[in-house]
Write a protein that binds this ligand. Structure first.
Ligand code: ATR
Length: 272
């Protein structure tokens, strides 16, 4: 029997993970099965434990279970601890290990696929929720000149800054961004899911080379439309991040790093 993996979330019907991992397995000659499980709000933990009991080797975790997966684990990586969330679990020697590859997946996409190294750049991240938590540590390790987090709720942003206490990390209200310029701007708010635009002052994207929308498959969101109107050269959605975080999990589970370019091309939906 081949090794078993699965993604668990709620809802799970739109997940691309089985397709992505299936393509990775095929291309790297790994024998594995990868399924999708609709998680239950009352029995998520039992479902994970049953999957492991039935021979599962690892799982991807998606909304709304990332925090519960983190809490269920016996051991947690540093980036999972900072994110307080797990997006991947590995079952090994009777233990549950937790990782969070969302941030590193985003970073790899920006630096390697989109060709924008973060070193010495001015980076702006919108939002202070789970997505930003996951990205902060890998982003700071990439050595930007400054990393600014803008959020409506300043208490949330302050908590993040206090947890990290890094000299290059600043927090800001949206209105305080007026007159500033950034090389890379990442929209990590959930605003695009409801067709909203974070309250960015006009002109803040004027010097931006890359506008990155974390949401995947939403087309030209209000944020990307604003970037386009301000002449931003390059726009991206989260497809590369989705594939890169999957590649990280695959490498963690299997010890083999899969090729991502072809898979990203296959999943890319034109932005316009
Ligand atoms: P996720 O795990 O996807 O990051 P989350 O933890 O619920 O989701 O966080 C959502 C983030 O999107 C928050 O930072 C939220 O801002 P506030 O903390 O100020 O509420 C942000 N957000 C959601 N809708 C937004 C909007 N219309 N404009 C700006 N920020 C928005």
């Amino acid at each position: 029997m081949s090794d078993r993996y699965a993604v668990i979330g709620r809802p799970i019907n739109h997940t691309k993970s089985p397709l992505i991992h299936g393509l990775f397995a095929e291309a790297s000659g790994q024998a594995l099965e990868y399924g999708a499980i609709e998680g239950g709000l009352d029995d998520f933990e039992t479902q994970v434990l049953h999957f492991r009991r039935d021979g599962g080797r690892g799982m991807n975790i998606t909304a709304p279970f990332k925090l519960r997966a983190f809490e269920l684990a016996d051991r947690r990586s540093e980036r999972a601890q900072l994110a307080r969330a797990a997006n991947a679990l590995k079952f090994e020697d009777g233990r549950i290990l937790a990782e969070n590859f969302d941030g590193i997946g985003l970073l790899r996409d920006i630096e390697e696929n989109l060709g924008e190294p973060l070193r010495d750049t001015r980076v702006l991240m919108l939002g202070a929720g789970g997505a930003v938590r996951g990205a902060l540590l890998p982003f700071l390790q990439a050595g930007p000149r400054e990393l600014v987090i803008a959020n409506r709720d300043m208490a949330k942003a302050l908590t993040l800054r206090n947890e990290l206490n890094h000299p290059r990390l600043r927090i800001s209200r949206y209105e305080e961004l007026e007159g500033l310029g950034f090389d890379i701007v990442v929209n990590a708010t959930s605003a695009s899911l409801t067709g909203e635009l974070p309250p960015l002052p006009k002109g803040v994207l004027a010097e931006t080379r890359l506008a990155y929308e974390l949401a995947y498959g939403k087309g030209l969101t209000p944020f990307l439309r604003m970037a386009k109107a301000q002449g931003v050269a390059r726009m991206a959605d989260g497809v590369g991040m989705l594939v890169e975080q999957a590649a990280e999990a695959f490498a963690w589970w299997r010890g083999v790093r899969p090729e991502t370019r072809g898979v990203i091309d296959r999943l890319t939906i034109a932005l316009e």
